[in-house]
Design a protein around this ligand. Structure first.
Ligand SMILES: Nc1ncnc2c1ncn2[C@@H]1O[C@H](COP(=O)(O)OP(=O)(O)OP(=O)(O)O)[C@@H](O)[C@H]1O
Ligand SMILES: [Mg+2]
Length: 579
Protein backbone atom coordinates (compact mmCIF):
# COMPACT_ATOMS: atom_id res chain seq x y z
CA UNK A 1 0.00 0.00 0.00
CA UNK A 2 2.89 2.21 0.88
CA UNK A 3 4.32 1.48 -2.58
CA UNK A 4 1.11 2.60 -4.43
CA UNK A 5 0.61 5.73 -2.28
CA UNK A 6 2.25 8.81 -3.88
CA UNK A 7 4.95 10.56 -2.05
CA UNK A 8 3.84 13.82 -0.35
CA UNK A 9 5.94 15.98 -2.72
CA UNK A 10 4.21 14.40 -5.74
CA UNK A 11 0.82 15.34 -4.27
CA UNK A 12 1.93 18.91 -3.89
CA UNK A 13 3.16 18.94 -7.48
CA UNK A 14 -0.14 17.55 -8.82
CA UNK A 15 -2.20 20.03 -6.81
CA UNK A 16 -0.09 22.92 -8.19
CA UNK A 17 -0.57 21.65 -11.76
CA UNK A 18 -4.35 21.37 -11.24
CA UNK A 19 -4.49 24.92 -9.89
CA UNK A 20 -2.50 26.17 -12.87
CA UNK A 21 -4.79 24.41 -15.31
CA UNK A 22 -7.84 25.90 -13.62
CA UNK A 23 -6.37 29.39 -13.80
CA UNK A 24 -5.55 28.93 -17.48
CA UNK A 25 -9.09 27.76 -18.14
CA UNK A 26 -10.47 30.77 -16.29
CA UNK A 27 -8.21 33.09 -18.26
CA UNK A 28 -9.33 31.50 -21.52
CA UNK A 29 -12.93 31.91 -20.49
CA UNK A 30 -12.35 35.58 -19.69
CA UNK A 31 -10.56 36.13 -22.98
CA UNK A 32 -13.37 34.42 -24.84
CA UNK A 33 -15.91 36.62 -23.11
CA UNK A 34 -13.88 39.70 -23.94
CA UNK A 35 -13.71 38.68 -27.59
CA UNK A 36 -17.43 38.00 -27.64
CA UNK A 37 -18.09 41.42 -26.15
CA UNK A 38 -15.83 43.03 -28.75
CA UNK A 39 -17.60 41.15 -31.49
CA UNK A 40 -20.92 42.28 -30.16
CA UNK A 41 -19.69 45.88 -29.97
CA UNK A 42 -18.46 45.59 -33.52
CA UNK A 43 -21.79 44.23 -34.57
CA UNK A 44 -23.55 47.04 -32.75
CA UNK A 45 -21.28 49.61 -34.40
CA UNK A 46 -21.95 48.08 -37.74
CA UNK A 47 -25.67 48.23 -37.09
CA UNK A 48 -25.41 51.80 -35.91
CA UNK A 49 -23.48 52.94 -38.91
CA UNK A 50 -25.95 51.15 -41.14
CA UNK A 51 -28.65 53.03 -39.28
CA UNK A 52 -26.73 56.24 -39.89
CA UNK A 53 -26.73 55.52 -43.55
CA UNK A 54 -30.44 55.01 -43.43
CA UNK A 55 -30.77 58.37 -41.72
CA UNK A 56 -29.02 59.88 -44.70
CA UNK A 57 -31.80 58.55 -46.91
CA UNK A 58 -34.30 60.03 -44.56
CA UNK A 59 -36.16 63.12 -45.77
CA UNK A 60 -34.47 65.24 -43.13
CA UNK A 61 -31.04 64.51 -44.57
CA UNK A 62 -28.45 65.77 -45.32
CA UNK A 63 -27.38 66.23 -41.69
CA UNK A 64 -23.71 65.37 -41.75
CA UNK A 65 -21.21 68.18 -41.70
CA UNK A 66 -19.87 67.33 -45.11
CA UNK A 67 -23.15 67.63 -47.00
CA UNK A 68 -24.15 70.74 -45.04
CA UNK A 69 -20.83 72.29 -45.97
CA UNK A 70 -21.46 71.37 -49.59
CA UNK A 71 -24.81 73.16 -49.54
CA UNK A 72 -23.25 76.19 -47.84
CA UNK A 73 -20.56 76.32 -50.51
CA UNK A 74 -23.21 75.87 -53.21
CA UNK A 75 -24.89 79.15 -52.19
CA UNK A 76 -21.80 81.22 -51.32
CA UNK A 77 -21.76 83.42 -54.41
CA UNK A 78 -19.60 86.45 -54.94
CA UNK A 79 -21.59 89.58 -55.50
CA UNK A 80 -25.05 90.59 -54.36
CA UNK A 81 -27.74 87.98 -53.96
CA UNK A 82 -31.39 87.73 -52.93
CA UNK A 83 -31.71 85.99 -49.58
CA UNK A 84 -34.44 83.37 -49.81
CA UNK A 85 -33.92 81.92 -46.32
CA UNK A 86 -31.89 79.35 -44.39
CA UNK A 87 -31.31 75.60 -44.74
CA UNK A 88 -33.46 73.34 -42.54
CA UNK A 89 -31.76 70.30 -40.97
CA UNK A 90 -33.67 67.91 -38.72
CA UNK A 91 -36.47 70.42 -38.45
CA UNK A 92 -34.15 73.23 -37.27
CA UNK A 93 -33.08 76.22 -39.38
CA UNK A 94 -29.36 76.71 -39.96
CA UNK A 95 -28.73 80.47 -40.15
CA UNK A 96 -25.12 79.64 -41.03
CA UNK A 97 -26.31 78.11 -44.33
CA UNK A 98 -28.17 80.84 -46.24
CA UNK A 99 -30.02 79.92 -49.43
CA UNK A 100 -29.85 82.66 -52.08
CA UNK A 101 -30.22 83.66 -55.73
CA UNK A 102 -27.44 85.69 -57.36
CA UNK A 103 -28.78 89.07 -58.51
CA UNK A 104 -27.10 88.61 -61.86
CA UNK A 105 -29.05 85.38 -62.46
CA UNK A 106 -32.50 86.84 -61.94
CA UNK A 107 -32.89 87.19 -65.71
CA UNK A 108 -32.64 83.39 -65.91
CA UNK A 109 -36.21 83.33 -64.63
CA UNK A 110 -37.79 81.23 -61.94
CA UNK A 111 -40.75 79.31 -60.64
CA UNK A 112 -42.51 79.56 -57.28
CA UNK A 113 -44.87 76.62 -56.85
CA UNK A 114 -46.90 74.93 -54.12
CA UNK A 115 -50.35 73.95 -52.97
CA UNK A 116 -52.86 76.55 -51.79
CA UNK A 117 -51.85 78.45 -48.68
CA UNK A 118 -48.29 77.10 -48.51
CA UNK A 119 -46.54 80.47 -48.84
CA UNK A 120 -46.13 81.22 -52.55
CA UNK A 121 -47.34 84.81 -52.42
CA UNK A 122 -45.26 85.59 -49.32
CA UNK A 123 -42.21 84.18 -51.06
CA UNK A 124 -43.01 86.40 -54.03
CA UNK A 125 -43.22 89.36 -51.66
CA UNK A 126 -39.91 88.45 -50.00
CA UNK A 127 -38.18 88.33 -53.38
CA UNK A 128 -39.92 91.43 -54.77
CA UNK A 129 -38.96 93.51 -51.73
CA UNK A 130 -35.31 92.61 -52.08
CA UNK A 131 -35.28 93.11 -55.84
CA UNK A 132 -36.69 96.62 -55.32
CA UNK A 133 -34.33 97.37 -52.43
CA UNK A 134 -31.47 96.38 -54.73
CA UNK A 135 -32.47 99.17 -57.16
CA UNK A 136 -34.33 97.01 -59.66
CA UNK A 137 -37.96 97.81 -60.56
CA UNK A 138 -40.57 95.11 -60.07
CA UNK A 139 -43.81 94.39 -61.88
CA UNK A 140 -46.34 92.07 -60.27
CA UNK A 141 -50.01 91.30 -60.67
CA UNK A 142 -51.87 91.32 -57.39
CA UNK A 143 -54.36 88.64 -58.24
CA UNK A 144 -55.95 88.19 -54.84
CA UNK A 145 -55.22 91.61 -53.42
CA UNK A 146 -52.87 90.10 -50.83
CA UNK A 147 -49.66 91.52 -52.24
CA UNK A 148 -50.53 95.16 -51.68
CA UNK A 149 -49.10 94.90 -48.15
CA UNK A 150 -45.72 95.41 -49.79
CA UNK A 151 -46.48 99.16 -49.72
CA UNK A 152 -46.91 99.17 -45.92
CA UNK A 153 -44.31 98.35 -43.23
CA UNK A 154 -44.88 94.91 -41.69
CA UNK A 155 -46.00 94.34 -38.13
CA UNK A 156 -43.70 92.75 -35.65
CA UNK A 157 -44.75 89.91 -33.33
CA UNK A 158 -42.89 87.52 -31.02
CA UNK A 159 -43.72 84.63 -33.28
CA UNK A 160 -42.46 86.48 -36.33
CA UNK A 161 -39.23 87.59 -34.65
CA UNK A 162 -38.57 84.09 -33.36
CA UNK A 163 -38.86 82.81 -36.90
CA UNK A 164 -36.70 85.53 -38.43
CA UNK A 165 -34.00 85.23 -35.75
CA UNK A 166 -33.97 81.49 -36.31
CA UNK A 167 -33.09 81.95 -39.98
CA UNK A 168 -30.60 84.79 -39.42
CA UNK A 169 -32.87 87.50 -40.84
CA UNK A 170 -32.40 90.94 -39.35
CA UNK A 171 -36.09 91.77 -39.74
CA UNK A 172 -37.06 95.45 -39.94
CA UNK A 173 -40.51 96.67 -40.94
CA UNK A 174 -40.06 98.23 -44.38
CA UNK A 175 -42.44 99.55 -47.03
CA UNK A 176 -41.51 99.43 -50.71
CA UNK A 177 -42.33 102.38 -52.96
CA UNK A 178 -45.32 101.13 -54.88
CA UNK A 179 -47.32 102.31 -57.87
CA UNK A 180 -50.81 100.85 -58.17
CA UNK A 181 -52.33 100.12 -61.55
CA UNK A 182 -55.65 98.74 -62.64
CA UNK A 183 -56.87 97.45 -65.98
CA UNK A 184 -58.94 99.87 -68.02
CA UNK A 185 -59.80 102.02 -65.03
CA UNK A 186 -61.68 99.20 -63.28
CA UNK A 187 -60.57 99.44 -59.66
CA UNK A 188 -58.17 101.71 -57.84
CA UNK A 189 -55.03 102.49 -59.77
CA UNK A 190 -53.49 104.22 -62.74
CA UNK A 191 -55.49 102.78 -65.67
CA UNK A 192 -53.61 100.52 -68.05
CA UNK A 193 -55.01 100.11 -71.55
CA UNK A 194 -53.81 98.61 -74.80
CA UNK A 195 -54.78 99.21 -78.39
CA UNK A 196 -56.36 96.27 -80.17
CA UNK A 197 -53.71 96.41 -82.91
CA UNK A 198 -50.86 96.24 -80.39
CA UNK A 199 -52.58 93.40 -78.57
CA UNK A 200 -52.67 91.50 -81.85
CA UNK A 201 -54.82 88.71 -83.24
CA UNK A 202 -53.17 85.80 -81.39
CA UNK A 203 -53.60 87.19 -77.89
CA UNK A 204 -57.04 88.51 -78.75
CA UNK A 205 -58.09 85.08 -80.01
CA UNK A 206 -57.17 83.62 -76.63
CA UNK A 207 -59.27 86.26 -74.92
CA UNK A 208 -62.21 85.69 -77.26
CA UNK A 209 -61.76 81.92 -77.05
CA UNK A 210 -61.60 81.54 -80.82
CA UNK A 211 -60.74 78.23 -82.45
CA UNK A 212 -57.82 77.81 -84.84
CA UNK A 213 -59.82 78.68 -87.99
CA UNK A 214 -61.35 81.73 -86.38
CA UNK A 215 -57.93 82.77 -85.08
CA UNK A 216 -56.37 82.71 -88.54
CA UNK A 217 -59.39 84.58 -89.92
CA UNK A 218 -58.96 87.24 -87.26
CA UNK A 219 -55.33 87.56 -88.31
CA UNK A 220 -56.52 88.23 -91.88
CA UNK A 221 -58.88 90.91 -90.64
CA UNK A 222 -55.97 92.60 -88.83
CA UNK A 223 -53.90 92.34 -91.97
CA UNK A 224 -56.67 93.88 -94.04
CA UNK A 225 -57.08 96.75 -91.59
CA UNK A 226 -53.36 97.48 -91.63
CA UNK A 227 -53.21 97.39 -95.42
CA UNK A 228 -56.21 99.67 -95.67
CA UNK A 229 -54.81 102.19 -93.21
CA UNK A 230 -57.57 101.49 -90.70
CA UNK A 231 -56.37 101.76 -87.09
CA UNK A 232 -57.67 99.18 -84.63
CA UNK A 233 -57.63 101.03 -81.33
CA UNK A 234 -60.79 99.98 -79.51
CA UNK A 235 -63.03 96.94 -79.67
CA UNK A 236 -65.45 99.19 -81.60
CA UNK A 237 -62.83 99.72 -84.29
CA UNK A 238 -62.38 96.01 -84.79
CA UNK A 239 -66.11 95.50 -84.74
CA UNK A 240 -66.55 98.17 -87.40
CA UNK A 241 -64.01 96.53 -89.72
CA UNK A 242 -65.48 93.06 -89.22
CA UNK A 243 -69.01 94.41 -89.69
CA UNK A 244 -67.90 96.19 -92.86
CA UNK A 245 -66.44 92.97 -94.27
CA UNK A 246 -69.69 91.26 -93.38
CA UNK A 247 -71.78 93.92 -95.16
CA UNK A 248 -72.84 94.16 -98.83
CA UNK A 249 -70.35 96.95 -99.54
CA UNK A 250 -67.58 94.99 -97.85
CA UNK A 251 -68.25 91.67 -99.61
CA UNK A 252 -65.95 92.41 -102.58
CA UNK A 253 -63.14 93.33 -100.16
CA UNK A 254 -63.80 90.13 -98.20
CA UNK A 255 -63.50 88.15 -101.44
CA UNK A 256 -60.29 89.94 -102.32
CA UNK A 257 -58.68 89.03 -98.97
CA UNK A 258 -59.19 85.34 -99.69
CA UNK A 259 -59.31 82.57 -97.11
CA UNK A 260 -61.87 84.44 -95.09
CA UNK A 261 -65.32 82.95 -95.08
CA UNK A 262 -68.35 85.07 -94.52
CA UNK A 263 -69.59 82.53 -91.92
CA UNK A 264 -66.42 82.85 -89.81
CA UNK A 265 -66.55 86.62 -90.03
CA UNK A 266 -70.09 86.40 -88.70
CA UNK A 267 -68.94 84.29 -85.74
CA UNK A 268 -66.11 86.69 -84.91
CA UNK A 269 -68.52 89.58 -85.06
CA UNK A 270 -70.91 87.91 -82.64
CA UNK A 271 -68.07 87.08 -80.24
CA UNK A 272 -66.86 90.68 -80.36
CA UNK A 273 -70.32 91.97 -79.61
CA UNK A 274 -70.66 89.63 -76.63
CA UNK A 275 -67.18 90.64 -75.46
CA UNK A 276 -68.02 94.33 -75.59
CA UNK A 277 -71.39 93.72 -73.94
CA UNK A 278 -69.64 92.06 -71.00
CA UNK A 279 -67.84 95.36 -70.38
CA UNK A 280 -64.42 94.02 -71.38
CA UNK A 281 -64.01 96.70 -74.02
CA UNK A 282 -62.77 99.18 -71.39
CA UNK A 283 -59.35 97.50 -71.42
CA UNK A 284 -58.72 98.59 -74.98
CA UNK A 285 -58.15 102.12 -76.13
CA UNK A 286 -55.88 105.10 -75.93
CA UNK A 287 -53.82 106.39 -74.27
CA UNK A 288 -52.14 103.00 -74.44
CA UNK A 289 -49.86 102.14 -71.55
CA UNK A 290 -46.19 102.83 -72.16
CA UNK A 291 -44.50 99.81 -70.56
CA UNK A 292 -41.30 101.71 -69.91
CA UNK A 293 -43.23 103.52 -67.16
CA UNK A 294 -42.65 100.49 -64.96
CA UNK A 295 -38.88 100.88 -65.24
CA UNK A 296 -38.60 103.57 -62.60
CA UNK A 297 -36.69 103.98 -59.37
CA UNK A 298 -37.63 106.17 -56.42
CA UNK A 299 -35.68 109.11 -54.98
CA UNK A 300 -33.61 106.74 -52.84
CA UNK A 301 -32.62 104.66 -55.84
CA UNK A 302 -34.86 101.75 -54.94
CA UNK A 303 -36.80 100.09 -57.73
CA UNK A 304 -40.48 101.03 -57.79
CA UNK A 305 -42.87 98.11 -57.35
CA UNK A 306 -45.62 98.30 -59.98
CA UNK A 307 -48.60 96.40 -58.71
CA UNK A 308 -51.41 95.64 -61.11
CA UNK A 309 -54.65 95.12 -59.27
CA UNK A 310 -56.52 92.32 -61.02
CA UNK A 311 -59.76 91.80 -59.14
CA UNK A 312 -62.13 88.98 -59.95
CA UNK A 313 -59.60 87.18 -62.09
CA UNK A 314 -61.67 84.03 -61.82
CA UNK A 315 -64.38 85.73 -63.89
CA UNK A 316 -62.03 86.55 -66.72
CA UNK A 317 -58.91 84.49 -66.35
CA UNK A 318 -58.05 84.55 -70.07
CA UNK A 319 -58.30 88.29 -70.28
CA UNK A 320 -56.16 89.13 -67.29
CA UNK A 321 -53.48 86.56 -67.82
CA UNK A 322 -53.32 87.41 -71.51
CA UNK A 323 -53.00 91.06 -70.64
CA UNK A 324 -49.97 90.25 -68.49
CA UNK A 325 -48.49 88.37 -71.42
CA UNK A 326 -49.14 91.40 -73.60
CA UNK A 327 -47.24 93.64 -71.18
CA UNK A 328 -44.35 91.20 -71.14
CA UNK A 329 -44.25 91.10 -74.93
CA UNK A 330 -44.41 94.89 -75.08
CA UNK A 331 -41.42 95.04 -72.75
CA UNK A 332 -39.64 92.63 -75.00
CA UNK A 333 -40.27 94.66 -78.13
CA UNK A 334 -39.53 98.01 -76.47
CA UNK A 335 -36.39 97.32 -74.46
CA UNK A 336 -32.93 97.36 -75.98
CA UNK A 337 -30.64 94.34 -75.96
CA UNK A 338 -28.35 94.36 -72.90
CA UNK A 339 -27.16 90.74 -72.59
CA UNK A 340 -26.23 89.44 -69.14
CA UNK A 341 -25.66 92.21 -66.61
CA UNK A 342 -24.86 92.45 -62.87
CA UNK A 343 -28.50 93.01 -62.15
CA UNK A 344 -31.62 92.96 -64.28
CA UNK A 345 -33.60 95.95 -65.57
CA UNK A 346 -36.87 94.56 -64.26
CA UNK A 347 -38.24 91.48 -62.53
CA UNK A 348 -41.73 90.47 -63.59
CA UNK A 349 -43.81 88.21 -61.32
CA UNK A 350 -46.57 86.25 -62.98
CA UNK A 351 -48.89 84.98 -60.20
CA UNK A 352 -51.55 82.35 -60.93
CA UNK A 353 -49.64 81.52 -64.09
CA UNK A 354 -51.67 78.37 -64.74
CA UNK A 355 -54.40 80.67 -66.08
CA UNK A 356 -52.05 81.75 -68.82
CA UNK A 357 -51.44 78.27 -70.15
CA UNK A 358 -54.91 76.83 -69.74
CA UNK A 359 -56.49 76.14 -73.15
CA UNK A 360 -53.72 78.07 -74.86
CA UNK A 361 -53.39 77.70 -78.63
CA UNK A 362 -50.15 76.54 -80.25
CA UNK A 363 -49.49 80.04 -81.59
CA UNK A 364 -50.10 81.57 -78.19
CA UNK A 365 -47.73 79.12 -76.51
CA UNK A 366 -45.13 79.91 -79.12
CA UNK A 367 -45.39 83.59 -78.24
CA UNK A 368 -44.95 82.81 -74.54
CA UNK A 369 -42.02 80.46 -75.07
CA UNK A 370 -40.29 82.83 -77.43
CA UNK A 371 -40.85 85.89 -75.24
CA UNK A 372 -39.58 84.13 -72.12
CA UNK A 373 -36.53 82.85 -73.99
CA UNK A 374 -35.56 86.13 -75.59
CA UNK A 375 -36.52 88.66 -72.92
CA UNK A 376 -33.61 87.43 -70.85
CA UNK A 377 -31.18 89.35 -73.03
CA UNK A 378 -33.26 92.50 -72.51
CA UNK A 379 -32.48 92.21 -68.82
CA UNK A 380 -35.94 91.12 -67.69
CA UNK A 381 -36.36 88.24 -65.24
CA UNK A 382 -39.73 86.45 -65.13
CA UNK A 383 -40.97 84.45 -62.15
CA UNK A 384 -44.02 82.27 -62.69
CA UNK A 385 -46.07 81.52 -59.59
CA UNK A 386 -48.41 78.55 -59.76
CA UNK A 387 -49.44 75.36 -57.98
CA UNK A 388 -47.33 72.73 -59.67
CA UNK A 389 -44.54 72.87 -62.23
CA UNK A 390 -46.80 70.77 -64.42
CA UNK A 391 -48.97 73.88 -64.94
CA UNK A 392 -46.12 75.28 -66.97
CA UNK A 393 -45.37 73.79 -70.43
CA UNK A 394 -42.07 71.91 -70.62
CA UNK A 395 -40.60 74.41 -73.10
CA UNK A 396 -41.12 77.20 -70.59
CA UNK A 397 -40.15 75.13 -67.55
CA UNK A 398 -36.84 74.27 -69.19
CA UNK A 399 -35.96 77.97 -69.15
CA UNK A 400 -36.60 78.61 -65.48
CA UNK A 401 -33.29 78.74 -63.63
CA UNK A 402 -34.53 79.11 -60.05
CA UNK A 403 -37.08 76.83 -58.45
CA UNK A 404 -38.80 77.44 -55.13
CA UNK A 405 -41.20 74.59 -54.48
CA UNK A 406 -43.50 74.84 -51.47
CA UNK A 407 -45.47 71.96 -50.02
CA UNK A 408 -47.46 69.71 -52.29
CA UNK A 409 -50.33 67.57 -51.07
CA UNK A 410 -50.71 63.88 -51.82
CA UNK A 411 -54.27 63.23 -50.75
CA UNK A 412 -55.61 61.79 -53.97
CA UNK A 413 -54.12 59.56 -56.68
CA UNK A 414 -54.02 62.66 -58.89
CA UNK A 415 -52.05 64.55 -56.24
CA UNK A 416 -49.64 61.63 -56.01
CA UNK A 417 -49.20 61.66 -59.77
CA UNK A 418 -48.60 65.41 -59.81
CA UNK A 419 -46.12 64.98 -56.97
CA UNK A 420 -44.14 62.34 -58.85
CA UNK A 421 -44.21 64.51 -61.95
CA UNK A 422 -42.86 67.45 -59.91
CA UNK A 423 -40.09 65.32 -58.42
CA UNK A 424 -39.10 64.16 -61.88
CA UNK A 425 -38.37 67.77 -62.86
CA UNK A 426 -35.74 68.20 -60.09
CA UNK A 427 -32.04 67.47 -60.30
CA UNK A 428 -30.75 64.50 -58.28
CA UNK A 429 -30.30 65.20 -54.57
CA UNK A 430 -29.81 63.57 -51.15
CA UNK A 431 -33.47 64.15 -50.42
CA UNK A 432 -36.31 61.76 -50.90
CA UNK A 433 -38.25 64.56 -52.57
CA UNK A 434 -41.50 62.64 -52.83
CA UNK A 435 -41.45 62.46 -49.03
CA UNK A 436 -39.98 65.90 -48.30
CA UNK A 437 -42.35 67.84 -50.55
CA UNK A 438 -45.33 66.61 -48.54
CA UNK A 439 -43.64 67.39 -45.19
CA UNK A 440 -42.61 71.02 -45.75
CA UNK A 441 -44.15 73.47 -43.32
CA UNK A 442 -45.90 76.66 -44.50
CA UNK A 443 -43.23 79.13 -45.57
CA UNK A 444 -40.72 76.37 -46.27
CA UNK A 445 -39.64 75.24 -49.71
CA UNK A 446 -37.33 73.00 -51.65
CA UNK A 447 -34.99 75.32 -53.50
CA UNK A 448 -32.52 75.04 -56.32
CA UNK A 449 -31.27 78.11 -58.23
CA UNK A 450 -28.93 78.88 -61.06
CA UNK A 451 -25.60 79.71 -59.47
CA UNK A 452 -23.26 82.48 -60.57
CA UNK A 453 -21.62 80.07 -63.04
CA UNK A 454 -24.95 79.17 -64.63
CA UNK A 455 -25.10 75.67 -63.07
CA UNK A 456 -27.83 74.38 -60.72
CA UNK A 457 -27.16 74.91 -57.02
CA UNK A 458 -27.61 72.00 -54.55
CA UNK A 459 -31.21 71.19 -53.67
CA UNK A 460 -31.91 72.70 -50.22
CA UNK A 461 -34.83 72.45 -47.80
CA UNK A 462 -35.25 76.11 -46.95
CA UNK A 463 -37.19 78.12 -44.40
CA UNK A 464 -38.14 81.26 -46.29
CA UNK A 465 -37.59 84.75 -44.88
CA UNK A 466 -40.56 86.78 -43.74
CA UNK A 467 -41.64 89.77 -45.82
CA UNK A 468 -40.65 93.09 -44.22
CA UNK A 469 -43.73 94.74 -45.64
CA UNK A 470 -47.14 93.92 -44.27
CA UNK A 471 -48.54 90.43 -44.74
CA UNK A 472 -52.01 92.00 -44.71
CA UNK A 473 -53.30 94.12 -47.60
CA UNK A 474 -52.58 97.85 -47.60
CA UNK A 475 -55.77 99.74 -46.56
CA UNK A 476 -57.91 100.91 -49.48
CA UNK A 477 -57.64 104.59 -48.43
CA UNK A 478 -53.86 104.41 -48.51
CA UNK A 479 -53.96 102.91 -52.00
CA UNK A 480 -56.42 105.57 -53.17
CA UNK A 481 -54.22 108.33 -51.75
CA UNK A 482 -51.14 106.90 -53.47
CA UNK A 483 -52.95 106.72 -56.81
CA UNK A 484 -54.21 110.28 -56.31
CA UNK A 485 -50.69 111.66 -56.09
CA UNK A 486 -49.17 109.46 -58.78
CA UNK A 487 -47.28 111.39 -61.47
CA UNK A 488 -48.75 108.97 -64.02
CA UNK A 489 -52.35 109.80 -63.14
CA UNK A 490 -52.67 112.71 -65.55
CA UNK A 491 -50.97 110.82 -68.34
CA UNK A 492 -53.42 107.92 -68.39
CA UNK A 493 -56.58 109.14 -66.70
CA UNK A 494 -58.48 110.59 -69.66
CA UNK A 495 -59.61 108.33 -72.47
CA UNK A 496 -58.63 109.86 -75.79
CA UNK A 497 -61.02 110.00 -78.70
CA UNK A 498 -59.34 108.29 -81.55
CA UNK A 499 -58.90 108.22 -85.29
CA UNK A 500 -59.64 104.51 -85.22
CA UNK A 501 -61.29 102.40 -87.89
CA UNK A 502 -64.77 102.88 -86.44
CA UNK A 503 -64.74 106.63 -86.93
CA UNK A 504 -62.94 106.37 -90.28
CA UNK A 505 -65.42 103.81 -91.59
CA UNK A 506 -68.32 105.78 -90.16
CA UNK A 507 -66.96 108.90 -91.86
CA UNK A 508 -66.49 106.92 -95.06
CA UNK A 509 -70.00 105.62 -94.96
CA UNK A 510 -71.27 109.12 -94.14
CA UNK A 511 -69.35 110.42 -97.14
CA UNK A 512 -70.62 107.55 -99.27
CA UNK A 513 -74.17 108.28 -98.14
CA UNK A 514 -73.70 111.96 -98.89
CA UNK A 515 -72.28 111.11 -102.30
CA UNK A 516 -75.15 108.71 -102.92
CA UNK A 517 -77.72 111.34 -102.03
CA UNK A 518 -75.91 113.95 -104.13
CA UNK A 519 -75.94 111.49 -107.05
CA UNK A 520 -79.62 110.82 -106.47
CA UNK A 521 -80.26 114.57 -106.51
CA UNK A 522 -78.35 114.98 -109.75
CA UNK A 523 -80.32 112.13 -111.22
CA UNK A 524 -83.60 113.66 -110.13
CA UNK A 525 -82.70 117.04 -111.59
CA UNK A 526 -81.75 115.43 -114.88
CA UNK A 527 -84.98 113.48 -115.06
CA UNK A 528 -86.95 116.61 -114.26
CA UNK A 529 -85.22 118.49 -117.04
CA UNK A 530 -86.04 115.70 -119.47
CA UNK A 531 -89.64 115.70 -118.39
CA UNK A 532 -89.92 119.43 -118.97
CA UNK A 533 -88.36 119.08 -122.34
CA UNK A 534 -90.83 116.37 -123.32
CA UNK A 535 -93.76 118.55 -122.15
CA UNK A 536 -92.99 121.44 -124.58
CA UNK A 537 -92.08 119.74 -127.90
CA UNK A 538 -93.91 122.14 -130.48
CA UNK A 539 -92.75 125.50 -129.41
CA UNK A 540 -89.38 124.17 -129.09
CA UNK A 541 -89.43 122.48 -132.62
CA UNK A 542 -90.85 125.54 -134.48
CA UNK A 543 -88.40 127.83 -132.94
CA UNK A 544 -85.65 125.36 -133.79
CA UNK A 545 -87.04 125.19 -137.36
CA UNK A 546 -86.93 128.91 -137.67
CA UNK A 547 -83.45 129.06 -136.40
CA UNK A 548 -82.45 126.30 -138.71
CA UNK A 549 -84.04 127.95 -141.79
CA UNK A 550 -82.35 131.27 -141.10
CA UNK A 551 -79.08 129.46 -140.70
CA UNK A 552 -79.37 127.50 -143.98
CA UNK A 553 -76.29 127.75 -146.13
CA UNK A 554 -76.66 128.76 -149.82
CA UNK A 555 -75.85 125.19 -150.88
CA UNK A 556 -78.55 123.83 -148.58
CA UNK A 557 -80.96 126.38 -149.92
CA UNK A 558 -80.03 125.47 -153.52
CA UNK A 559 -80.54 121.77 -152.78
CA UNK A 560 -83.85 122.62 -151.12
CA UNK A 561 -84.87 124.70 -154.15
CA UNK A 562 -83.74 122.02 -156.56
CA UNK A 563 -85.68 119.29 -154.81
CA UNK A 564 -88.76 121.47 -154.61
CA UNK A 565 -88.43 122.21 -158.39
CA UNK A 566 -87.94 118.50 -159.09
CA UNK A 567 -91.04 117.67 -157.05
CA UNK A 568 -93.04 120.21 -158.92
CA UNK A 569 -91.89 118.78 -162.26
CA UNK A 570 -92.83 115.23 -161.14
CA UNK A 571 -96.29 116.34 -159.99
CA UNK A 572 -96.83 118.19 -163.32
CA UNK A 573 -95.79 115.12 -165.29
CA UNK A 574 -98.23 112.91 -163.32
CA UNK A 575 -101.12 115.31 -163.95
CA UNK A 576 -100.16 115.59 -167.68
CA UNK A 577 -100.39 111.79 -168.03
CA UNK A 578 -103.84 111.73 -166.40
CA UNK A 579 -105.10 114.35 -168.69
N1 LIG B 1 -42.21 83.32 -45.44
C1 LIG B 1 -43.20 83.38 -44.56
N2 LIG B 1 -43.00 83.93 -43.34
C2 LIG B 1 -44.00 83.98 -42.45
N3 LIG B 1 -45.24 83.53 -42.67
C3 LIG B 1 -45.51 82.97 -43.85
C4 LIG B 1 -44.50 82.87 -44.85
N4 LIG B 1 -45.04 82.29 -45.92
C5 LIG B 1 -46.32 82.04 -45.63
N5 LIG B 1 -46.62 82.44 -44.38
C6 LIG B 1 -47.95 82.34 -43.75
O1 LIG B 1 -48.78 81.49 -44.55
C7 LIG B 1 -49.92 82.19 -45.05
C8 LIG B 1 -50.22 81.77 -46.48
O2 LIG B 1 -49.20 82.19 -47.33
P1 LIG B 1 -49.47 82.68 -48.81
O3 LIG B 1 -50.62 83.57 -48.89
O4 LIG B 1 -48.18 83.18 -49.33
O5 LIG B 1 -49.84 81.29 -49.51
P2 LIG B 1 -50.12 81.01 -51.06
O6 LIG B 1 -49.38 79.77 -51.40
O7 LIG B 1 -49.87 82.19 -51.88
O8 LIG B 1 -51.65 80.68 -51.03
P3 LIG B 1 -52.73 80.76 -52.24
O9 LIG B 1 -52.51 79.52 -53.06
O10 LIG B 1 -54.02 80.73 -51.53
O11 LIG B 1 -52.49 82.00 -53.00
C9 LIG B 1 -49.56 83.66 -44.87
O12 LIG B 1 -50.69 84.46 -44.68
C10 LIG B 1 -48.65 83.67 -43.68
O13 LIG B 1 -49.37 83.71 -42.49
MG1 LIG C 1 -51.09 83.35 -53.23
Amino acid sequence: MTQSDPAPEEVVEAERAAAEAKAAAEEAQRRAEELAAAAQAARRDAEESAADERTNDDPTAPDDDESIAAIRAGYAFDGPALEIGALVVDGRARPDVPVRIPFGMLNRHGLIAGATGTGKTKTLQVLAEQVAAGGVPVFAADIKGDLSGIATPGESSDKLLERTRGIGQDWRPTASTTEFYCLGGLGTGVPIRATIEAFGPTLLSKVLELNATQESSLALVFHYARKSGLRLVTVDDLRAVVAFLDSDEGKPELKAIGGLSSATVGVILRKLVAFADSGADVFFGEPAFDVTDVLRTDDDGAGIVSLLEVPGVQDRPELFSTFLMYLLRELFSTLPEVGDTDKPKLVFFFDEAHLLFRDASKEFLEIVVQTVRLIRSKGVGVFFVTQTPKDVPDDVLAQLGSRIQHQLRAHTPQDAKALRATVSTYPHSHYDLEEVLTQLATGEAIVTVMNDKGAPSPVAWTRVRAPQGSMDPTPAETIAATVETSPLGAKYAAVETTDGAASVLAERSRAAAAEASAAAERDRTAREAERLERQAPKTSTSSTGRRRSTRMSPVERAIGEASRTAAREIVKAIFKKRR
